[in-house]
Design a protein around this ligand. Structure first.
Ligand code: PXP
Length: 248
């Protein structure tokens, strides 16, 4: 039996750095160091999203990730021509195509594959020629899955945002889980490999085990958030240690 793999999305490490060091060539926390820590802890891959507005991850971060990580680089991207060119130069192991809206706080909906079939097919074909695998981030809807199967992409990533959002309501949780089960089963029957992600956390994760055919989960916000919680004790103690020698 295959283990369920974890791809850690490190965008929010860069979000924190950009809050203080925007436009600088240095700053903390460093997303590449964070990625190496995630790998050392057993993560199977690192995910980073280079947004067109460069609000968190920067071009240099992706180049450094490509050079330094030893697991898989999953490069999240919109199908904007500038970003497609960048991906073809960097050659991540896999790209995950996502919709991108300037005003959104995070990636909100899934990709409308059916409405952009020609453009997505073209990107898939260019990636395939460069030996880069493609995943499409889509809502767990039959229309999107059937369209995804026509693009040449090897993977889909099922958007678990709605499942996460409705998790606390038993009836809606059941409805969303069922959508994910149906979607994963249908995608598998069409030859697509299935990943999932968005909004997954320490509370809602175990119920997701009923969804079949999952290969990898991409998780960001909850892991980065938790690291600030469980790492605070050590951080405060280290600072107090540095203050100890003071004599007025
Ligand atoms: N997968 C995709 C395609 C995403 O866009 C995101 C959010 O950047 C994630 C997974 C991770 O979502 P979260 O940060 O809520 O764990």
């Amino acid at each position: 039996m295959q283990v369920l793999k974890l791809g850690v999305n490190i965008d929010h490490v860069a979000t924190l750095r950009e809050a203080r060091y925007r436009g600088q060539k240095y700053g903390e926390p460093c997303p590449v160091e964070a990625a190496l820590t995630c790998e050392a802890a057993g993560a199977h891959g690192i995910t980073a999203h280079l947004r067109e507005d460069r609000r968190h991850i920067q071009d240099a971060d992706v180049r450094a990730l490509r050079r330094q990580i030893s697991t898989r680089l999953n490069f999240e991207m919109a199908i904007a021509p500038e970003i497609v060119r960048f991906a073809l130069k960097i050659k991540p192991d896999i790209v995950c195509l996502v919709p991108e809206k300037r005003q959104e706080i995070t990636t909100e909906g899934g990709l409308e594959v059916a409405k952009q079939l020609t453009a997505i097919k073209r990107v898939c074909s260019r990636m395939s020629k460069a030996s880069i695998a493609v995943s499409l981030f889509i809502n767990p809807d039959v229309t999107q899955i059937e369209a995804a199967a026509k693009t040449g992409a090897q993977f889909i990533e099922l958007h678990t945002g709605s499942y996460a959002e409705h998790y606390s309501n038993a009836r809606l949780r059941k409805r969303e889980l069922n959508r994910l089960i149906v979607a994963a089963t249908h995608a598998h029957s069409l030859g697509l490999r299935v990943n999932a992600g968005h909004g997954l956390d320490y509370n809602n994760l175990s119920t997701l085990h009923v969804v079949p055919y999952l290969e990898e989960l991409n998780i960001g916000h909850s892991i980065i958030s938790r690291s600030t919680q469980i790492g605070l004790t050590k951080a405060v103690k280290e600072m107090l240690g540095l203050m100890k020698g003071y004599r007025s």
